[in-house]
Design a protein around this ligand. Structure first.
Ligand code: ADP
Ligand code: MG
Length: 612
């Protein structure tokens, strides 16, 4: 086990990566390795087995992906590495990351395979030959069984997000796959936490693994108002500008992103929206860097978009806000970042953007800084309009006291007379003209979280597409991961399925109950069902409602309005090898559905259904 301290100063070049890969990293805009990367890359390059433990968002993908790239023989068109991920979103993400690191490796081919995608397409792609396969356990198993995925040339096996695979009920599948990999290969296991079962798998299948654990140090933060926004339903950029616009006492901000390229991109976009913004990154020489900071001090700039390295030590008292646009790798970085505000005795504000999968990092930041971070409700369109109108009124009020107003008032009277309208109407027209540069009302609707959006916004034609228009039913819950919300009323007459209300369920009216043909007698657990549904239908697990397990069947509540494609995928889905045959459940909620006799139903019901 090693500390993060010593590795902070390391560069990618120090880690033993090849020149061509270093060039790729420069192109992508990575400045320095994250702590987990600095520790893992040299070990994996040596060919050793490894257990890497670090929070979500700490850069674990590149920690294994970069060494993989060094290993691949492009001329050999057989899978040389297999990466297992818990969900199809992650499979796609990891495959995309691998592809981006292969920029200077012509002919390189990575293939994501996951449930819900047609076998025909996957078979075609597999037969064309991929160097690295990234897949979800169930689908990888299928292909191994059908002998459409051949692992004879496998050099490295990566288990990504192992604890998540365990949580989703895939651990048996993972072991099944591990049993069928060639004896001689390197194995890397990455996980945010290390539950006993994962440790047991590691002991069984890894050979003298190096263990690397990135711990989060504790630190105290000054009196800074800390809030977070759970990213959903809206682009980060739109959310950012909304937030900044209605923030009280906004003076200047430092916005943190991960890459050099993002600093430039975001600064450009903010400039286009009328902010005085500039990028601050490691590409700037000392002189340019100082100039940017000088401009921020003098008020020539209001926003600086920076990487961690470039912003180190900035001391500009007028910085009222720090925005963690991309969540930091570790709590130390968070503390450094937010320390850029609240200086010289002023109040500071720290805003953190948290993607759903980064919630655990949020929690560890809270633990490490020993201060709770409050959720931020995104300002609505009405909030923004109100703020703009108030500002507008204030600026008009200022001009009312100005000298030389008579000349203009006179013009207004003339227009009123000539057009035969009231002075008020003329003033209205003038106000309309005056706001043109920055309209007082912003167009569009307020987006809300959508259950089926996770499906695949990347694949046009998938049901992410169908559901793109924002929903108008504001009743859909804004999910708050901090704990379950009270259940909707009206469920009190139902069996008490939800003793452990882990998830914030949608109101009952929004959910449809389905029955599936697997139950306790098949050894099925709730997590198996959640995992299968999340993967096969692309429904984010947080939108999956109550699940009740019976002996031979179970019921699942899913949001209404499920697209046909998801529905079909679910009909074909298997849990623990058994087809679930999912269909809408017309029966009573007590399990006496499907033509079971009342007696049966009651007998079944005596055994209290377990659920969560
Ligand atoms: P994890 O697997 O630990 O959850 P990821 O590998 O998904 O984290 O990385 C999170 C984000 O950080 C990705 O967008 C990735 O591109 C970015 N990232 C990773 N390493 C670096 C780096 N060295 N410099 C800049 N950005 C990085
Ligand atoms: Mg990851």
């Amino acid at each position: 086990m090693s500390s993060t301290e010593a590795t902070n100063a390391l560069s990618f070049a120090d880690l033993g990566l090849s020149a061509s890969l270093l060039k790729t990293l420069t192109d992508i805009g990575y400045e320095t390795p994250s702590p987990i990367q600095a520790e893992c890359i040299p070990v994996l390059l040596q060919g050793r087995d490894l257990i890497g433990q670090a929070q979500t968002g700490t850069g674990k993908t590149a920690a294994f992906a970069l060494p993989l790239m060094e290993q691949i023989d492009v001329k050999l068109t057989k899978p040389q590495a297999l990466v297992l991920t818990p969900t199809r979103e992650l499979a796609i993400q990891v495959a995309e990351a691998l592809q981006s690191y292969a920029k200077n490796l012509p002919g390189f081919h990575v293939l994501p395979i996951y449930g819900g995608q047609s076998y025909t397409i996957q078979l075609k792609q597999l037969s064309r030959g991929a160097h690295i396969v990234v897949g979800t356990p169930g689908r990888v198993m299928d292909h191994i069984e059908r002998k459409t995925l051949n692992l004879d040339n496998l050099k490295t096996m990566v288990l990504d997000e192992a604890d998540e695979m365990l949580r989703m009920g895939f651990i048996d599948d993972v072991e099944w796959i591990l049993e069928r990999t060639p004896a001689q290969h390197q194995t890397a296991l990455f996980s945010a936490t290390m539950p006993e079962q994962i440790r047991r798998v590691a002991q069984k299948y890894l050979v003298e693994p190096r263990e690397i654990k990135i711990k989060s140090a504790t630190a105290t933060v000054a009196a800074i108002r800390q809030v977070y926004w759970q990213v959903s339903g809206m682009h980060k950029l739109d959310a950012l500008t909304r937030i900044l616009e209605v923030e009280d006492n906004f003076d200047a901000a430092i916005i943190f992103v991960r890459t050099k390229n993002s600093t430039v991109e975001l600064a450009d976009k903010l400039s286009a929206r009328g902010y005085a913004a500039a990028a601050l990154n490691g590409d700037l020489n000392q002189q340019m860097r100082e100039r940017v900071i000088e401009q921020l001090k003098s008020g020539a700039l209001d926003i600086v978009v920076a990487t961690d390295v470039a912003a180190r030590g900035i001391d500009v008292p007028r910085v009222s806000h720090v925005v963690n646009y991309d969540i930091p790798y570790d709590t130390e970085a968070y503390v450094h970042r937010i320390g850029r505000t609240g200086r010289a005795g002023r109040t500071g504000n720290a805003i953190l953007f948290v993607a759903p999968r980064e919630v655990s990092m949020l929690r560890s930041i809270e633990r490490a800084t020993r201060s709770p971070i409050a959720p931020l409700t995104l300002p609505s369109r009405a909030d923004v309009t109100n703020k703009r109108v108030a500002d507008f009124k204030a600026s008009v009020a200022e001009v009312l006291n100005a000298e030389g107003l008579d000349f203009f008032s006179n013009i207004v009277s003339q227009i009123a007379e000539e057009q035969n309208v009231s002075a008020e109407e003329v003033a209205g027209a003038l106000a309309m003209m005056a706001q043109k540069g920055k309209p007082l009302q912003i167009p569009g609707e307020d987006p809300v979280a959508r259950p089926f959006a996770a499906a695949d916004t990347r694949r046009p034609g998938s049901f992410g597409e169908r559901d793109r228009k924002p929903r108008s039913d504001e009743s859909r819950p804004r999910f708050d991961d901090r704990g379950a919300k009270p259940r909707s009323e009206g469920s009190s007459d139902r069996p008490r399925f939800d003793d452990k209300p882990r998830r914030a369920a949608a109101p009952a009216g929004d959910m449809v109950r389905y029955r599936i043909d697997v139950g306790r007698d098949h050894g099925v657990q709730v997590k198996d069902i959640v995992g299968a549904i999340a993967n096969e239908a692309g429904i984010e697990s947080r939108f999956i409602g109550r699940i009740a397990l019976y002996d031979e069947s179970s019921t699942v509540e899913l949001p209404s309005g499920m697209p046909a494609e998801a529905n079909n995928a679910l009909k074909r889905t298997r849990v623990r090898g058994i087809p679930i045959n999912m269909r809408q459940d017309e029966g009573r909620p007590d399990g006496a559905a499907d033509g079971e006799s009342k007696f049966d139903g009651e007998r079944k019901f005596k055994k209290k259904p377990s659920s969560y």
